[in-house]
Design a protein around this ligand. Structure first.
Ligand SMILES: [Zn+2]
Ligand SMILES: [Zn+2]
Length: 432
């Protein structure tokens, strides 16, 4: 089996083995099969006997073999986090269009509202995202004096850098919007901060008042209006962000979709408390924190979204079909204001297992160490379904009888293997 490159995930797993049951007793909100399932998968990740595996063998000399454990792809698993982030970057990059200028805007929620959001997350998170879109449309329309609809990629992030609950929205927004009446794209160079803050505060609070109809929530809303007269905090990335789309997506991914604490950041665990460090955006320094083990588990699990929740959404003109139609017009309009618009977007395909391994170790895991040919899939085994693929069986049945030669597996992206028995689809590290 190939271990994840030299990072120690065992401490993380050990913490869950020792304290998950205790944690659930104190926080029954997490005592659900859904969370248990994620924890189980995370604990089994990397173990070929529990997760299943693919065995590669050199089909040329028959000597070289390699066994690769299937990964769990659970949102809780730190081992799988890197893959998850890579795939996210690839997905977002494909949604950014050449010749269109984007801005990164962060919309935050003040501290006194966070508790309500935490308790009512199911009811509030989705409307919260819609509020963000409405806020930006309003701001663009106000600045331009026209009724505009922008294009947005909105990601909900619910923890801050240190893992504490701090829900906020990351929006990648077009710089301007589509004027439906005039049938033209209107570029908006600048959105004044004070206005954006107000525009963000108002729909947020109205939504909260309408969704959570308790006295306490109404008191909170009133308190927000008096306490935050300037509106809620918003942050617009300054400068020429859009010149490199790929780095924008990567930059976003590093703290938008990565788990709160990456593996190498756990410094110490003594059975009762955990010490970890993180890089703070506020102080620009590495901060160290020691918390009791239940607080630590809490910080790790609270960023898991409920089943089926979509944390990233494409909204406004960015929604796929609409955007394809408008793209030409947008580029034309922007060319007028900006001169020539540079920046072809490089679409990044997600890395395969083979590429990732090669990058981190410098070795190609699927090259036969004896004869240097590419190895092929020999056997696939799944704990529930047993042997899904057996190359030797296939050869016996005469698989290659009519084929002159066979292409070696190349690890191209996008291939998913469907077992002949039907019913399950497995993404395989070597082939996907
Ligand atoms: Zn995993
Ligand atoms: Zn060989």
């Amino acid at each position: 089996m190939i271990a994840a490159p030299s990072q120690d995930g065992n401490v993380f797993q050990q913490i869950f083995v020792e304290h998950w049951d205790g944690f659930k007793r104190i926080y029954p909100r997490y005592n659900k099969p859904y969370y248990d399932g994620l924890v189980d998968k995370m604990l089994a990740c990397g173990d070929p006997e529990r997760m299943g595996y693919i065995e590669y063998r050199c089909l040329h000399c028959g000597e070289g073999t390699q066994r690769v454990s299937m990964s769990c792809k659970s949102s809780l698993c730190l081992r799988c986090a890197k893959v998850y982030v890579d795939n996210w970057v690839s997905q977002v990059s494909q949604m950014l269009h050449a010749g269109v200028i984007y801005r990164h805007i962060v919309l935050t929620v003040p501290e006194i509202l966070r508790k309500t959001l935490y308790q009512q997350s199911q009811a509030l998170l989705s409307p919260c995202r819609r509020c963000g879109v409405q806020c930006l449309d309003d701001a663009f329309s106000r600045v331009s004096g026209k009724n505009l609809r922008g294009g947005y990629i909105v990601v909900i992030q619910i923890h801050g850098r240190n893992g504490q609950y701090n829900p906020h929205l990351h929006c990648i927004a077009t710089s301007g919007g589509w004027d439906q009446e005039a049938k033209q794209w209107v570029h908006v160079d600048y959105v004044p901060y004070p206005m954006l803050r107000k525009k963000w505060q108002w729909p947020r609070l109205t939504m909260l008042r309408q969704t959570v109809k308790t006295k306490e929530s109404h008191r909170l809303v009133d308190a927000c209006y008096t306490r935050y007269r300037e509106g809620f905090v918003t942050h617009v990335q300054k400068g020429d962000v859009p010149s490199r789309y790929q780095s924008l997506a990567t930059y976003l991914a590093t703290y938008v979709v990565s788990p709160p604490i990456s593996l190498r950041r756990i410094d110490r665990y003594d059975g009762d408390s955990v010490t970890y460090h993180y890089r703070s955006h506020k102080t620009e320094r590495v901060e160290r924190e020691t918390v009791d083990v239940y607080t630590f588990i809490g910080r790790m699990v609270q960023h898991i979204f409920s089943k089926g929740f979509q944390r990233i959404r494409y909204d406004g003109v960015q929604a796929t079909k609409t955007f394809a139609k408008l793209k030409g017009l947008i580029q034309e309009a922007l060319a007028k204001v900006q001169g020539i618009i540079k920046g072809a977007i490089k679409i990044i395909a997600p890395l395969t297992y083979r590429q990732r391994y090669q990058r981190s170790t410098g070795h190609d895991p699927l090259r036969c160490p004896h004869c240097h040919s590419d190895m092929g899939v020999w056997r696939i085994w799944h704990p529930t379904y047993g042997v899904i693929h057996d190359e030797l069986e296939a050869i016996r049945r005469g698989k290659y009888a009519s084929q002159a030669s066979r292409a070696a597996p190349t690890g191209e992206p996008g291939r998913t293997l469907w077992p002949a028995s039907g019913g399950i689809s497995l993404s395989l590290p070597g082939l996907q």
